[in-house]
Design a protein around this ligand. Sequence first.
Ligand code: NDP
Length: 605
Amino acid sequence: MTTTDAATVEKPKIDKAALLKKYIAERDKRLRPDGNAQYLEVKGRLGRYLADPYTPFVERAPKTDHVTFAFVGGGFAGLVTGARLVEAGIDDVRIVEKGGDFGGTWYWNRYPGAQCDTASMIYMPLLEETGHRPIEKYAHAPEILEQCQRIGRQYGLYDNALFHTEIEDISWDDDASRWVIKTNRGDAFTADFIGLGTGPLHVPKLPGIPGIEVFKGHSFHTSRWDYDYTGGDPKGAPLSKLADKRVAIIGTGATAVQCVPHLARACKTLYVMQRTPSSVDVRANAPIDPEWFASIATPGWQQRWLENFTANQAGGMAEEDLVQDGWTDLSRRIRAKIMQLPREDMTPQKMLAAYEDSDFEKMSEIRARVNAIVADTSTAENLKAWYRQLCKRPCFHDAYLQAFNEPSTTLVDTDGKGVERITEKGVVVGGVEYEVDCIIYASGFEVGTEYKRRAGFDLTGRDGLKLSQAWAEGMRSKHGIHVHGFPNAFFVQPTQGANLISNVPHNLTEAGKTIAIMVAHAKANGFKQVEVTQEAQAAWIELLLTGMGRMLGAPDCTPGYYNNEGQDPGPAAKYAVGYPAGATAYFKYLEAWRTSGAFDGVAFS
Ligand code: NDP
């Protein structure tokens, strides 16, 4: 049976009212007044949790030179923008990166089992340009990191890069039409243009659990995995040094879902400390057949796949689904439900109800999957997610639920309250102390905190205007790329552009192409400054606000970073949206905009 058939088969009746009541009751258990403030900023005595376990620090002389383009962040955003700039003839791109190599999130996240959740064929950037064939449908972290390094080498981005370097200040010098960049390594160099690709998930956070500092055993955050302690490696070698260890992992989000199976196999005892269960659907990973790949990898293949995924996933009516994964399945189900409506019932209200129905069905299936896999009935009950699928990051895994059948592994459910206390010896939940040798924090990253705090600096634009001032009442930009008051600066991220969250790299590659064309245009014509006009920016914001608003993390969702931990995100949140006509329409619009040569709304001078 195909998935489309599955969506149309008669399902058992779902009591929507009872389910909604349960969802609200589970959310209410978890709401807390301190919201984001429940988490600890990793600094001071906790600063050791940030140390880079992967690359030794190398002394170097400070840079005091000039480059055409400086980019903050060596993840996908910096790499794809850098590559397009190099193709456009800019041969002095400098990427500044706090990690010891390229990769961004894939540099830091080397925990066992780390893997992409969007299909490799569309998730891994510049596959066609680098000639790399993904090994499997959902690539594991080492392959993705290698792709980042491959891009860095192929486009010569290593030559000028500054690793283990953090920006302290970037200020606009209007007389010289340049940015002045200062770092924590004593660098003070200038650049004609800057790009910012600092990403949303690079500052680890720790839960504010009383006693976190007193634990006498070993501990680390998942984004700084300590293989010296656990044994094994990111490629999947067993974590052999844990055979005699009692380990607690705190958190059950997308990270924990991927590493728990490895820990369950390796530890003498594993306690999985859970506040809110993740929804865990089928993964169905598979190797990519080289012959099949050769047959589809004709010129332009990756762009075709990207566009096809976006058309399937983000509201389009594509007839073919090349990628066939959990994301396109989700959209297909919603579409199938809506298409079943009689023509006269195609009202926004009825369409929303159809969307809700498909969500209730999907989540019921996911809960039934827990029963089918987990042997212990009380553990199975506790692993069920009681919220709409997009309230939290949907997870897909074929070994996570199974891990709870391992004799080593115990789910310690906190009934939504979280870990009570940490002692010198272990972790306390419900008054019971679980003594452990090691605590692993799978507690996620800062998302809802201020941009300035996460980036580590505040951009200073024309006339001393700080980015934090320009965005005090919410983000303002055109295309999510250009911000008035900050000439020659380009932001590389999804918000206020396509806002395609199911495949973030697609947003970045389209921004990268746009920026390269604009910089090449400025250079070819001797323009010194490139800046969006106030009017064009205001018009873009006005257009964005005609859309449906934020889709992720509705206020009635269980708390998490999608909905600002259940707290009122304030008026600024309404600006965290994308192009009203959807991602496919946006990418088409942006391509026409950048290739027209008119760059409507942006002044070159
Ligand atoms: P998350 O923020 O999703 O999860 C943090 C976990 O810590 C949650 O389960 C949270 O519970 C729990 N927690 C926080 N405080 C406490 C406490 N006091 N006691 C017990 N538990 C606590 O972080 P992740 O690192 O898992 O994922 C972050 C994001 O990174 C993902 O959403 C995804 O976007 C990305 N990611 C992507 C992957 C991929 O593409 N393959 C893989 C991994 C991550 P609660 O839910 O109740 O807040």
